[in-house]
Design a protein around this ligand. Sequence first.
Ligand code: NAP
Length: 247
Amino acid sequence: MHLTHNPRVALVTGAGRGIGKAIAERLAAHGHTVLCVSKSSTCEAVAADIVAKGLKAKAYQVDVSDPVAVAKACEAIAAEFGAVEILVNNAGITRDKLVMAMTEQDWNDVISTNLSSAFYWTKGLVRPMTRKRWGRIISISSVTGVQGNAGQANYAAAKAGLHGLTMTLARELAGRSITANAVAPGFITTDMTDELPEEVKQKILSFIPLGRFGSVNDIAAMVDYLASEEGGYVTGQVFSIDGGMAI
Ligand code: NAP
């Protein structure tokens, strides 16, 4: 299917590496101006590479778990770009432990980085988006948010929380032609999953009906569709892109 992309301003959190980087590059290739956010300076290199190709990007080093820093960034972005029309909440971390061993810090770090961040960015950017009467809010969730996973109570709660936020935003913003959807990846090869021991990877592989791990492009392709003009009648949904894990 040929997708229509009118040039927009897009913001991708966690765009410094992995899935977020692939999403940022793909949106930029469609002519969108892509604001790349990361915690460290990784976003600078990604934005510079996009600009070197003659496309449009700008880097913002922001800790997405810090509501004051996010609000400040949103003000600066509104002053320079007006409205952000495509928001991709992708930044995320893991602090895996069984509940018995999980600390309050492990819990709070994951909830603030993976869930509260999506609220902070949406709150900071939604008003100008409503004035445009066109918008896309896409949050990167996880198969863990769909079915839970031993050792990931904090992560599962944050990702399932994104689904509740997504369904609510879909209802609150539909009148302004703003859609809100979540994409729930299974096991995608990135730095986040490279950290896992080989035996854990082999065990996960045995749960994937399609028999292979996914790539960052499998996720970017779904975001691409949801961000396109053709994706405009889809809202309040969670899309599993997981090789069949959550069947
Ligand atoms: P990744 O390779 O570890 O990259 C994470 C990105 O998020 C990095 O750019 C990182 O910034 C950024 N980030 C983390 N904490 C941040 C903070 N406090 N403030 C700003 N940026 C922050 O992760 P990934 O595998 O691409 O995962 C991306 C998303 O997909 C996450 O939400 C993850 O939960 C979800 N997901 C991934 C998989 C998978 O198999 N990989 C599966 C399901 C869901 P720096 O570059 O500065 O460190």
